[in-house]
Structures are given as C-alpha cells and as structure tokens.
Design a protein around this ligand. Structure first.
Ligand code: UDP
Length: 249
C-alpha cells in the first residue's frame, strides 16, 4: 500500500494517508522527545527498533483477543494500520510507583501497588497532559461511559498479557501508556507500544531499560531498547516482504 499525503507529524512518528481511506501508514522516525516535545534528539536505528517492537507487541495482543489497529509491517520503519477515530485520552496502567505518580504524591519510586492503577490523562502538550477522571471525560464529551469501560477493561488485559511477556524475559513492566480509538464503532488499540511509552526495569538490577534513560540523560538509550527487543524475541533483521516476522500470529 502506497503512502499518499502526510496527515500528521507527531513527536516520533509521521502518519500518512493511503489510497484506502480506512488505512494509514505509520512511519517511526529516529526522533525521541521528552518534556512534551521541548527536548528532541534523534538516535540511529530507533525508528526501526520501535516499528518492529510495536508490530511484535500488537500481534501478541491481537492473539490474546485485544483489537489493535495493526495490519502489517511495510518496511523497516513503516507499518500499515487501520485508521481510527482517536479518543483524546491517554490511559496509563501502573504496577509500581514511578514518574508523575511519585512527583504528584511525594512518594518513593518502586513501591509495588496493591492493585494496578488505571489513570486517565488528557492529550494536550500545552497543558502538559493533565490528569483527568472518568467524570471529566463524560462531562466534556471526550469519551462515553461505555467506551471508557471498554478502554479500562482492555488496558487491564494488556497489562496481564505484557506483564507476563516481560517477566518471562527478566523485565518488570512498571507502567505504560495506551491510546485507543474507534474503528467501525469498536474500541481499538492505536498509537504504539514501545520503550518510548512504558517503563521497563531489569528484574535483578532494577536498571532502567526505557525512555527514562533519555529523560534522565543516563546514556545507552538505543542499546537498552535493542536489548529489551532481543530479550522478548522481536525479529530485528532487515525487512523482507516474505519473512515470518510479517505474518500475523
Ligand atoms: N507516557 C507516555 N506519554 C506521555 C506520558 C506518559 O508514553 O505523554 C508513559 C510513560 O513513558 C510511562 C507512563 O506513561 O511509562 C506513565 O507516565 P507518567 O505519568 O509517570 O509520566 P512521565 O513522568 O513519564 O511523564
């Protein structure tokens, strides 16, 4: 499927229309952003790693019965996806304390939560993605009660599938962000799942293996992404149209 026109250029991905109005091309660039896009740096190979990482994870989620927008890989840096009508809300699941939760409550990092938390944030860089509630979503019409219930259920299912997948690879899934949209009126997982949008710590050393390496200037950003990809079995060989990596599970 050919790219037609640029639809939207985000902080790390560019989205293109195709000849089919129901499908888009996601291009994963090497750019990495922090502080709501105020700090951006390009890392060689990052677009390729995140594209293949995302494809691998989305296929695993589909296989577990979670509807995703993923269709197939198109190249090292591009994937074909369903065009969703996006809901302007970020869904965050947390298994341990980290990041904005630690700052907001003035607590220490790495406390195991009694039950995973489900949080909602409004997508708005200028306002730094403020935390909102289900009542806010309903009051302002960002998402209906039925859609929110579905998003919450699917987010917890994603947590079950991926916590196990990363645990088997010696990694702790600390927290992650998901974005959903509607495809033919059905809540469907969109955007991406990669080390840019989750926290992954080594089980033994608690070493950070995700975008916190960039946020905290820890170095070894791409090395960590690549190691995580290898540990969970993401095929990173150069793209070929017939390789098994591209077949749906
Ligand atoms: N996250 C994201 N995009 C955002 C905000 C958060 O992908 O705009 C991810 C982040 O990488 C982490 C989780 O969501 O895995 C929870 O992030 P948090 O609320 O702690 O915010 P942060 O301190 O990371 O900005």
């Amino acid at each position: 499927m050919q790219k037609l026109a640029e639809l939207y250029r985000g902080k790390a991905k560019t989205v293109y229309t195709t000849e089919d109005p129901n499908y888009l091309v996601l291009e994963f660039r090497n750019d990495t952003s922090a502080m709501d896009g105020q700090r951006i740096q390009a890392f060689d190979r990052k677009g390729m790693i995140n594209n293949k990482f995302n494809h691998f994870i989305m296929n695993r989620l589909e296989a577990a019965g979670i509807p995703t927008q993923m269709e197939r890989l198109l190249s090292d840096n591009e994937a074909l996806v369903k065009r969703l009508e996006m809901i302007p809300i970020e869904c965050v699941i947390r298994n341990r304390t980290a990041g904005s939760l630690v700052k907001r409550l003035g607590i220490t990092e790495n406390q195991v939560l009694n039950h995973p938390l489900f949080e909602l944030f409004l997508k708005n860089d200028q306002l730094h993605d403020p935390i909102v509630s289900e009542a806010y979503c309903k009051a302002f019409g960002w998402a209906s009660e039925a859609h929110l219930a579905q998003m919450k259920k699917l987010s917890y299912q994603v947590n079950d599938v991926l916590s196990k997948l990363f645990d088997d690879a010696g990694l702790i899934l600390v927290d992650f962000k998901l974005e959903f949209g509607l495809f033919e009126n059905k809540i469907t997982l969109g955007d991406e799942f990669s080390p840019d949008g989750c926290r992954l710590w080594d089980k033994k050393t608690l070493e950070k293996m995700d975008k916190d390496r960039f946020r905290g200037n820890l170095g070894g950003v791409i090395e960590a992404y690549e190691q995580v990809a290898k540990r969970i079995g993401v095929p990173l060989a150069p793209f070929s149209d017939n390789v098994s990596a591209n077949k749906k599970i």
